[in-house]
Design a protein around this ligand. Structure first.
Ligand SMILES: *[C@@H]1O[C@H](CO)[C@@H](O)[C@H](O)[C@H]1NC(C)=O
Ligand SMILES: *[C@@H]1O[C@H](CO)[C@@H](O)[C@H](O)[C@H]1NC(C)=O
Ligand SMILES: *[C@@H]1O[C@H](CO)[C@@H](O)[C@H](O)[C@H]1NC(C)=O
Ligand SMILES: *[C@@H]1O[C@H](CO)[C@@H](O)[C@H](O)[C@H]1NC(C)=O
Ligand SMILES: *[C@@H]1O[C@H](CO)[C@@H](O)[C@H](O)[C@H]1NC(C)=O
Ligand SMILES: *[C@@H]1O[C@H](CO)[C@@H](O)[C@H](O)[C@H]1NC(C)=O
Length: 256
């Protein structure tokens, strides 16, 4: 219920214009702003990942930003600046997040650093379909990535598989580096199970999560050629209790 209310508020507030934005510069808001700037500045310098916290006691905010592995630090900076820059600086939400193909950010008044949060979404391109055998080979490759990514130093890995006359399939998977190896693996396996039937037979898809993400394509350079598609930082409830959304309900979007 709380989720719905926050979303409605957010929809209404920006429409009322900056002039009506509460002019009270609370410590909490200042801390949010400081934290977002820290994340946008440091993630590109730290191989695309940064976690930090600003403030004390009830004014403390925690945040994690991550860019897609393999994109340049410039693309990382641009993505974070755009998604974070869309925050109007007025709203005082306890939890906000942004998930787009090139970068994700979550901030909260709870300590979410190191916590497996499982909001996620999946998309596929509108191209063709693969034969089931090709799909299952490619999907196995992604399942293998789910077990090996946790043991990579930067918690990401790319893979490639030859599927015969149909060419190659390419995969990339990554976790937030604040996650434990176990949670990383659980997170990746969880999204694969959750979205399997949705991405079935697709030649290209991506699953974006606030803790882990995966990309799959039949095109080799699909992962570093980043078109700028950025989602704004918006209020959101990071599922930490099981009494919110029906657990694991995917906010699936399709198309391209
Ligand atoms: C609140 O603080 C931020 C940064 O410290 C500043 O940019 C902004 O203008 C301030 N807003 C008001 C209404 O004082
Ligand atoms: C961010 O994460 C690192 C380890 O990944 C940890 O050492 C550091 O204390 C964290 N920062 C904050 C503010 O929690
Ligand atoms: C948090 O508390 C410490 C110690 O009292 C103080 O130095 C620091 O400025 C405070 N940070 C913020 C953002 O209020
Ligand atoms: C990737 O798949 C799409 C849709 O099936 C197809 O149109 C495209 O030619 C494929 N690209 C490569 C490099 O195989
Ligand atoms: C995938 O392809 C197989 C064989 O054509 C078909 O039976 C199955 O329904 C397809 N799955 C989806 C989700 O379209
Ligand atoms: C969501 O994440 C928690 C860990 O924070 C996990 O225990 C739970 O199973 C996840 N929920 C779903 C539906 O995957």
């Amino acid at each position: 219920m709380r989720v719905v209310l926050l979303s409605l508020l957010f929809l209404i507030m920006p429409g009322s214009g900056h002039g009506q934005c509460s002019s009270v510069n609370t410590t909490f808001k200042k801390n949010q702003r400081t934290l977002l700037d820290l994340l946008a500045k440091n993630a590109p310098l730290q191989d695309g990942f940064y976690n930090s916290s600003v403030g004390n006691n009830s004014d403390q905010v925690y945040g994690v930003s991550q860019c897609k592995a393999l994109i340049s630090s410039n693309d990382c900076t641009n993505c974070l600046k755009l998604s974070i820059g869309s925050y109007d600086g007025c709203s005082e939400f306890s939890e906000m997040e942004s998930m787009s193909s090139a970068c994700t950010t979550k901030i909260s008044n709870k300590n979410i650093i190191g916590v497996w949060t499982n909001s996620s979404s999946a998309t596929f391109g509108n191209q063709g379909l693969d034969k089931p055998l090709v799909f299952s080979k490619g999907f196995s490759m992604m399942q293998d990535l789910a077990s090996s990514v946790p043991y990579q130093p930067l918690m990401y890995q790319a893979a490639e598989i030859d599927v015969g006359v149909d060419g190659e399939r390419y995969g990339l998977a990554q976790c937030g580096r604040d996650l434990s190896k176990l949670n990383c693996q659980n997170c990746l396996e969880d999204v694969l199970v959750r979205y399997r039937s949705y991405v079935e037979n697709r030649t290209g898809w991506e699953i974006l999560g606030s803790s882990c993400s995966m990309w799959y394509s039949n095109v080799s350079d699909a992962f570093n050629n980043q078109e700028v598609s950025v989602t704004a930082l918006t209020p959101s409830a990071l599922p930490s209790d099981s009494d919110q959304f029906p657990p694991g309900k995917p906010s699936v979007t399709s198309g391209n």
